[in-house]
Design a protein around this ligand. Structure first.
Ligand code: ZN
Ligand code: MN
Length: 491
């Protein structure tokens, strides 16, 4: 199906990203451990995060500082005074029946407002505005056996209840699913560079997307678990809404769930409006003053961010801007690149191998870069094996592919599969003799036409599954053709 240009469809995409501040040791309003991953369910709880009546929340100062770092990195203006609000709703993941959150209306002020993120989409710069950033508590974690729509019961784990969350809301400035994908990638790289949220933790960054096309109603897609799926869910929604509108239907304001297994969105409920949440100020928490001095103190401790790192890559390593953008799109890859540069003196070559082969293979397997197990040492060892003539560049590509798929270091793949390059003339000579016997016609041709030599070289390559040194093979075959020529042929 031809994809129409998004301007014609008037696609408007906004994102609401929930980011766990995973670097914090404790929860947002109590001293329970925030490190719940891998812990037995319902073991990291106390009366506060279980919402017992009469308990009082106490704000985690570090959480505010980490949130301030994010606001500064996203060019968002920090409120001199912020308030917490109650967002009321009744659901099993929320024992108090309200979430302590923030609100930008009714006299409320969230942590910060405004701001922007600039990123690159296929070589073009794109700027997406931030509407607001707020602090709130994570609800409990729900597990649905099977799928959300068919599960006979739900399991609740309160270990996650009360973990510090940032809600980052953008303006609907994105026009394609691609832009949403690259926005998230850039945001994640910024968060990872700040060290406030770890990208390799399952569920540490959760995204809801709202989308409208051709001026229709805004549809919100909930619970999308990966960036890749954000792109897919949006692509699906554009298609669904387009077909609906074409048939004369109207899109209604609703919340849809992204069904990962079936790769479709399903209607969950007709959208509740803000007033349904009955927001009101949280009487158990005082307003928080954020004086200028506190902001500048936090600002002075900010680490290097992806944009600055990109510039440094260009000046320090002499690589093109495009390479620097790709390499800094993930902290893991940027760190990996710099480690490699300590071990090997050709940054451009390293960049090429990372971008063309490493990242491509990771993408092809559907893996995330954070799951990559190859180390800089192993990677450079492989590049050095090419330099030393132990393997060919072509074999190296195959080795890397295998290494990424299986997690085995390249050197081991080379050894296990006997992929060392064959440059022994005697071995190649024997193989060439076989080829000469098998293809007498081609040998005749090759004596007249040098172009036909390639066929013979190719046959030796085939016998060695690409391991024969092409230069040596070429040389051996040419000298054999000369020998043949020396024998006077009887005509
Ligand atoms: Zn607690
Ligand atoms: Mn929220």
């Amino acid at each position: 199906m031809p994809i129409e240009r998004s301007e014609e469809l008037g696609v408007k995409i906004g994102l609401e990203v929930h980011v766990q501040l995973t670097a914090l040791k404790t929860k947002l309003f109590c001293s329970c451990s925030a490190n719940y991953r891998g812990m037995p369910p319902n073991t990291l709880t106390c009366p506060i995060c279980l919402g017992h009546p009469g308990t009082l929340p106490v704000l985690n100062r570090k959480a505010v500082e980490h949130a301030m770092m994010v606001a500064l990195a996203l060019n968002s203006s920090i409120s001199p005074q912020m308030f917490f609000f109650r967002k009321n709703y009744f659901y099993v993941d929320l024992p108090k029946n309200f979430q302590i959150s923030q609100y930008d209306k009714a006299g409320g002020a969230p942590l910060s407002t405004g701001g922007w993120v600039e990123f690159s989409v296929n070589g073009e710069r794109k700027k997406v505005r931030i509407r607001r950033i707020q602090l709130e508590e994570d609800p409990a974690r729900l597990t649905y056996p099977g799928t959300i729509t068919s599960a006979p019961y739900t399991l609740v784990d309160f270990n996650r209840a009360g973990v510090a969350l940032l809600e980052i809301v953008t303006e609907p400035d994105m026009e394609t699913p691609e832009e949403a994908y690259f926005f998230l990638q850039k945001l994640r790289s910024i968060l990872e560079h700040l060290g406030v949220s770890s990208e390799n933790m399952q569920g540490s960054m959760r995204c809801d997307a709202n989308i409208s096309i051709m001026g229709g109603a805004r549809v919100e897609i909930k619970n999308i678990s990966s960036f890749r799926d954000v792109r897919r869910a949006l692509q699906y929604e554009i298609m669904r809404q387009k077909q609906l509108l074409r048939r004369g239907g109207v899109t209604k304001q609703e919340t849809r769930h992204w069904d990962e297994d079936r790769q479709i969105t399903v209607s969950l409920r007709v959208k509740e409006t803000e007033s349904d949440y009955r927001y009101f100020p949280e009487p158990d928490l005082v307003p928080v003053k954020i004086p200028e001095e506190w902001v500048s103190k936090v600002a002075s401790q900010m680490p290097e961010l992806p944009d600055a790192r990109k510039e440094r890559f260009i000046s320090d390593y002499g690589i093109p801007e495009y390479d620097a953008i790709v390499l800094t799109s993930s902290k893991k890859i940027a760190d990996f690149f710099e480690e490699c540069c300590k071990l090997y003196s050709n940054p451009k070559k390293i960049a090429n191998w990372i971008m063309s082969d490493l990242l491509r293979n990771i993408n092809e397997t559907g893996m995330d870069v954070t799951e990559m197990s190859i180390t800089a040492e192993q990677f450079i060892e492989m590049i050095k094996m090419i330099d030393e003539g132990l393997i060919s560049g072509k074999i190296a590509k195959r080795v890397l592919r295998e290494s990424i798929r299986t997690g085995r270091p390249p050197r081991i793949v080379v050894e296990d599969e006997g992929l060392l390059k064959i440059s022994d003339e005697n071995v190649i000579s024997k193989l060439a003799d076989e080829v000469f016997r098998e293809f007498p016609k081609a040998v005749e041709d090759a004596r007249r036409d040098r172009k036909a030599v390639n066929f013979l070289v190719g046959q030796v390559m085939k016998k060695t599954r690409g391991r024969a040194d092409p230069d040596v093979t070429n040389k051996v075959i040419l000298s054999k053709l000369e020998e043949n020529r020396a024998i006077p042929s009887r005509s």
